[in-house]
Write a protein that binds this ligand. Structure first.
Ligand SMILES: NC(=O)c1ccc[n+]([C@@H]2O[C@H](COP(=O)([O-])OP(=O)(O)OC[C@H]3O[C@@H](n4cnc5c(N)ncnc54)[C@H](OP(=O)(O)O)[C@@H]3O)[C@@H](O)[C@H]2O)c1
Length: 280
């Protein structure tokens, strides 16, 4: 029988490409987004489309029930929907931190709780959580986003041995910069901050869209991430985590640098930016 995948955040970027990759590989695809008009083209390409805001419990329940009714199985859940709340930690309101965790952490958890009982019944399945290099290495100006992806990593690492006896795999996909709408959305979030006058240099970095990811140097195409997700779903024994792109692989090495030394490096980098502002 055809395998079935549920993907969140298919309106653009990695989610959209992932839906295409699974379709091309012959999967039954349930592509979801907050606004169904954004995924009409995926419907035309052969996907089942559904409205799903990951912050909405009823949406998550309704979509999973529909898939189980129609297909009798969910073989793979791709928790992809997410965005980056950037900004100096002090300048991000608690409300914005809550919104960040609602989408990036509670959303995936909500879907997990709906999907896992069905995977356990059938004693098979793969959960792919789209994390980030930012889930492994924290950087100034990204603390709140780092926090959300670190949380996703921690939950995934605990979940993996919990569900392995039921034949369920849990995989983290960890891209570096990817050429999607992600950086523009992140810039909008930075623009919306009430800026203290304490972090001017950091803001000069954050105001440069290329420096916060997206189409900057070293960025990979979303297709590359989508193919990694598909490969993980197709493997019988996937790895726990898959960094994607050279930037991710090199940046991950930063985890092995002692924290105090890493702090010094960040302070030095920021002082160099202060002397030679980006774009000059
Ligand atoms: N691009 C990068 O540099 C990069 C690097 C590492 C990791 N990632 C991760 O990759 C994932 C996908 O990002 P992307 O690069 O493809 O960015 P993107 O093009 O901005 O796509 C993000 C997707 O998440 C959706 N989304 C946001 N809030 C949602 C909600 N409440 N409910 C449902 N969907 C929601 C967006 O839908 P709307 O159109 O409705 O907003 C959009 O479909 C994210 O988890 C991100 O953290 C991205």
């Amino acid at each position: 029988m055809t395998e079935t995948v549920l993907i969140t955040g298919c309106s653009s970027g990695i989610g959209r490409e992932t839906a295409h990759c699974f379709l091309e590989d012959g999967w039954e695809v349930y592509a979801t987004a907050r606004n169904p008009a954004d995924i009409q083209s995926l419907g035309d390409a052969g996907a089942n489309v559904a409205t799903l805001d990951v912050t909405d419990e009823d949406d998550a329940e309704r979509v999973v029930e529909r898939i189980v009714d129609e297909e009798g199985r969910i073989d793979c859940l791709v928790n992809n929907a997410g965005y980056a709340q950037l900004g100096p930690v002090e300048d991000v309101t608690t409300e914005s931190v809550e919104s960040q965790f609602e989408v990036n952490v509670f959303g995936p958890h909500r879907l997990l709780r709906e999907v896992l009982p069905h995977m356990r019944d059938r004693r098979t399945g793969t959960v792919v959580n789209v994390s980030s290099v930012s889930g492994r290495l924290a950087t100034p100006g990204m603390g709140v986003y780092n926090g959300s992806k670190f949380a996703m990593e921690g939950i995934s690492d605990a979940l993996r041995p919990e569900v392995s006896e039921y034949g369920i795999d849990v995989v983290l996909v960890e891209p570096g910069p990817v050429d999607t709408a992600f950086a523009e959305r992140a810039s909008d979030e930075v623009e919306g901050l009430e800026r203290s006058d304490a972090y001017e240099t950091l803001y000069s970095v954050l105001d440069d869209t290329e420096a916060v990811g997206g189409g900057g140097p070293g960025a990979v195409a979303p297709r590359r991430v989508a193919e990694t997700i598909l490969d993980a779903a197709n493997l019988t024994d996937p790895a726990a985590r898959y960094p994607v792109g050279q930037v991710a692989k090199v940046a991950m090495l930063g985890r092995f640098v002692p924290a105090k030394l890493r702090d010094k490096f960040y302070r030095l980098a920021l002082s160099l930016v202060a002397k030679n502002p980006l774009g000059d």
